[in-house]
Design a protein around this ligand. Structure first.
Ligand code: FAD
Length: 520
């Protein structure tokens, strides 16, 4: 028994991790801290997966990363990020205004058509009341709900793994019942139901446009906004790559080994126990455990050849349970202008609809002006990007495969239309373009293998607080764990790190070795 407990510390228990995104790096760090010998097999040339940036000339283009839940101590995720990263070494920008929306039809009493969603709750309250004093009741209730959110631990008991908590200790979760009751009541409030409570036509229209004209639970925006007010959902200066590179360095410092250009094709099993992986080169990497933090469809249907599909998984595969989170087209420009007076994130209404080559119709232009991150562009110049979410990722993926010329032509034609629109809105854009780049769902798919180029895994279902149907273990297969953004609908970086940490705790429990975590 003693020898078994010592095995991980002698470097004898090996774990193969499929994928070097944020979840893979986090899993690798926690395993190394807990004394395992790990190898990350990453099919690409760099770590980070979807959380990435890329260089073009003197500019760095961002994959779209806007905020990190837990960038400051007021949110529990900070505890997890601090175990992996020296958070003091990263400068986070907490924007004063979360986003701006140009409202098409109405204007505020001063004739302004731009709605500011302030991140500071006191500021937001006085701004909304100044526009519409007669909306005091709904405005006060909105602010109160966000203050309430701030008073809760969200998520509760972040370091615990529900599956590992003995039944009696679950009693301590009783103290979080008020949060559950609050969320149960609050989940029904959408941006549309809230908008209908407002008398001001300007505010009503603005709230309807919060999610690009779609009806969504209001908490999708009020939870991050509540923590924004507490400086806990910031953007890291240097962008996604700066943060991911620090995670990669920590993993390597802890003794971890990343193999790039090492795409996994198969998870090896023996008597329903994972024993390693096979790479595209047919090389076999053998280990005591395997963790996949790669795409769910790839892991369950290809790497495990569909052998371990439960009824719930079949429902997922057939998209009966949850939809796939859309992919995105991002047109990025390196502009030889400062643009420092422009809003950093704003949605403009379009006078006529913009149709993408995949058939998606857009009524708004969403622009990100990275004038707050001087590391992305040379002095006096700025990175600007325009994003277009699409459910037709397959169109781009298959076009790139079957007709490269048409794919390139589509990209160019679409970006030209976008540049024309930017020219109309900002003026003097086209002549200042020094670098341009168009990332499509095929780009996200090619670099990360996410199904249909999805950028956050599954879409949350109607019941936004329902338990996830995806588990970190696979019924019938031992010595195997699944983590990453496909484990909880809505995905994102918090899900990536939390699922990785939980999976490692479960693995440690199975291996009979203590889970360890310590800050750099
Ligand atoms: C435009 C955009 C904006 C976003 N904005 C935010 C934001 O503001 N805040 C936020 O929290 N989240 C945001 N996200 C989402 C967030 O980036 C992702 O949810 C998160 O990075 C997912 O991490 P992951 O490690 O789970 O998965 P991935 O990033 O998909 O990593 C999986 C890794 O596995 C590798 N891999 C796949 N298949 C194989 C294989 N067969 N063999 C070996 N390796 C393999 C891939 O190459 C990849 O590196 C955004 C995403 C995008 C694209």
């Amino acid at each position: 028994m003693l020898l078994f407990l010592l095995l991980p510390f002698l470097g004898l228990m090996k774990v193969t991790i499929i994928g070097g995104g944020v979840a893979g790096l986090a899993a690798g760090c926690y395993l190394q801290m807990s004394g395992f010998e790990t190898i990350i097999c990453e099919r690409g040339l760099t770590a980070g997966g979807l959380c990435t940036s890329w260089k073009k000339g003197a500019y760095t283009f961002e994959s779209g990363f806007q905020w990190l839940m837990g960038s400051g101590p007021a949110n529990p995720f900070y505890k997890l990020w601090s175990e992996i990263l020296d958070m003091d070494s990263i400068t986070f920008v907490n924007h004063e205004v979360r986003m701006d929306i140009e409202v098409r039809t109405h204007a505020d009493p001063r004739g302004n058509k731009i709605f500011h969603l302030y991140a500071n709750l006191d500021r937001l309250r006085s701004y909304l009341l100044e526009i519409s004093p007669e909306d005091r009741l709904p405005v006060e209730s909105l602010i109160r709900s966000m203050r309430k959110i701030q008073s809760f631990e969200i998520p509760p008991e972040i370091r615990s793994v529900p599956e590992l908590i003995p039944p009696l200790r679950k009693i301590k979760f009783i103290k979080h019942l008020p949060l559950l009751f609050f969320l149960k009541g609050y989940k029904k409030e959408t941006n549309f139901t809230f908008a209908r409570k407002l008398k001001s036509p300007f505010l009503c229209e603005a709230f309807e446009l919060l999610f690009d004209g779609e009806e969504q639970p209001l908490m999708i925006i009020t939870i991050p906004l509540a923590f924004n007010d507490l400086q806990a959902t910031g953007y890291p200066i240097g962008g996604a790559s700066a943060m991911v590179n620090k995670m990669r360095d920590r993993y390597v410092e802890l003794g971890g080994n990343i193999r790039y250009r090492s795409g996994v094709t198969k998870i090896l099993t023996e008597k329903n126990r994972a024993t390693g992986v096979e790479l595209e080169t047919r090389e076999r990497v053998l280990s005591d455990y395997v963790i996949s933090v790669a795409d769910w469809h790839f892991t369950m249907l290809q790497a495990l050849e569909g052998k371990y599909l439960s009824k719930k998984m079949i429902a997922l595969k057939e998209e009966k349970d949850l939809k796939i989170y859309p992919s995105v087209i991002i047109v990025s420009l390196g502009i030889s202008r400062k643009l420092d007076q422009e809003a950093h994130f704003i949605r403009f209404p379009l006078s006529s609809e913009l149709v993408s080559p995949d058939g998606t119709v857009y009524h708004h232009l969403e622009s990100h002006i990275y004038n707050y991150d001087p590391t992305l562009a040379p002095a006096g110049k700025t990175v600007v990007s325009f994003s277009f979410y699409t459910e037709h990722g397959d169109y781009w993926i298959s076009l790139r495969k079957t007709d490269r010329e048409a794919y390139d032509r589509n990209k160019t034609e679409f970006s030209e239309k976008v540049i024309d629109l930017a020219e109309k809105i900002y003026g003097n854009i086209r002549a200042c373009i020094e670098e341009a780049d168009v990332a499509t769902p095929a780009t996200f798919h090619r670099y990360t293998n996410n199904y249909r180029g999805s950028v956050q895994g599954w879409m949350p279902g109607k019941n936004i607080i329902a338990q996830s149907p995806v588990k970190l273990t696979v019924p019938g297969l031992s010595n195997f764990y699944f983590a990453g953004h496909w484990t909880i609908p809505g995905g994102g970086l918090p899900v990536a790190i939390k699922s990785a940490r939980d999976a490692v705790q479960m693995l440690c429990d199975e291996a009979g070795t203590p889970f360890r975590s310590f800050s750099p």
